[in-house]
Design a binder for this molecule. Sequence first.
Ligand code: FES
Length: 568
Amino acid sequence: MSDTKNVSQGITRNLTNYGDPGFAAYLRRSFARSMGYSLDSLSRPIIGIATSPSGFNNCHRSMPDLVEAVKRGVLKRGGLPIEFPTISLGEVFLSPTSMMFRNLMSMDVEEMLKAQPIDACVVIGGCDKTVPAQLMGIASANIPSIELVTGPMLAMPFEGEQLGACTDCRRFWGKYRAGEISDSSINEIEGKLATTAGSCAVMGTASTMACITEVLGMSLPGSAAIPAVHADRLRLAEACGERAMEMAVSGAPLPQDIITSKAIENALRVLLAISGSTNAVVHLAAIAGRRGIELSLDEINRISDETPVLVNLKPTGEHYMQDLFAAGGLTAVLHELKHQLHLDCLTVTGETLGDWLSEKPKWVDRDVVREFNNPYQKEGGLIALFGTLAPTGAILKRAAADADLFERTGRAVVFESLEDLSDRIDSDDLDVSPNDFLLLKNAGPKSKSCMPEAGYLPIPKKLAAKGVKDMVRISDARMSGTAFGTVVLHVSPDAASGGNLAFVQNGDEIRLSVKDKKLDLLISEQELNLRKQGWKMPETPDRGYARLYYETVTQAPLGCDFDFLRSK
Ligand code: FES
């Protein structure tokens, strides 16, 4: 751990380069004073507050209150809080997908942390891609920082049941497609799914990343599950401001002291125990890559087989994030996993994970957080699959899938692109039966759609109408963390970069074995090589961010980070 004392440099940190540091400091103070700061204020440590509110980001609408509370904490401890904006990624407001812009936001966060006069920072985010982008930026900038998540929405009662984004969004949409509910019902439900500030209410990607942030040690203990609208979240924000001041004065701990290979393994274990989002595998690989740590998919399988699912939350189980909060939060989960965790990992508090878990929680709701010896499911939520269809890996969320579909060979019903999928999936003459495997190509990181959450292929309407609820679905796309189904994702290498997925044809047989962790295309090597002849990489855009994206984005096992942003 870094051991530096009184390292705050305040307003004179990172001076603008005029070739005359004295002039640069004088000019900066002058312009800062033009904003009304006193010289006394400008002599204090500066705590940056990185914010990302936006009219296009519903999950961040509580941010102004959080910023005020962080400022209170900083001022209490004698620092100067200064907020600044970064870009904001509202999951459903970005085209083709927020995933395309995660790395852009990470660069924004990294560069602003490094360029501005900030002694320590509280970085606030909540929506799916925001928190991973911020953690990637923080890991690369390597200045003392605390992540503060906006917190989950509340699920609300509606006609005798709880509704919360977004597992219920998909459940009702599936019913609507199957003709089980009317136009007027779906319109009414649309207005009831997401009704408070905060991120999605289930163990989707945002909640998963909040839990991962906490176990990584990058947020204050006990923070992940506090609902966005709960007063405890404002108290937490105030505590973040106070703690950031201490970090500014000591200059420690640094992200490099916290995000270590042991901490990444802890995060992976928690991801499996909470049956978290498949997206988190990609994000965790990217965060680890920023610190030069490789996330091995084989390692996921090892950890998955020895880590039970302990949390009974949607989409795997029944409850919502507010129930996890009431049940004891992530701390209760970590206590059950304590014997499997690296307890010497450091957290932003300056203490270790072991220090944090030294006292047992007073009360835990065992309907929501199970004991290790009485788990919700015996094995971890996610596994990696390998084979001729996915030479460098694919991901399946087995905890949210139908086990009856785990060991089988199926006939491929191929969709060449997202456009092809939407054109034909509901066509009456689509040749498909419930035992077939739906397969989507060209939705991976190198595709023009930039790996959207399209891997949850809809059940063809004519099968849905007959009551088919799940089928094996395979793609190089991602899937929302809130979805449920036997959905194989992140097939890599992806089709757009010439992976074997690109050469699957209608009617080919594919073998899925969850037991053996295999995904094989059952055609001969000779036939595969024949099909590969003459294949050309799709053309890439010739300018702007899109060009940077396509030229440098890596495959899913490397986190889809840009190759030049990964640490050597
Ligand atoms: Fe932001 Fe779901 S839309 S977390």
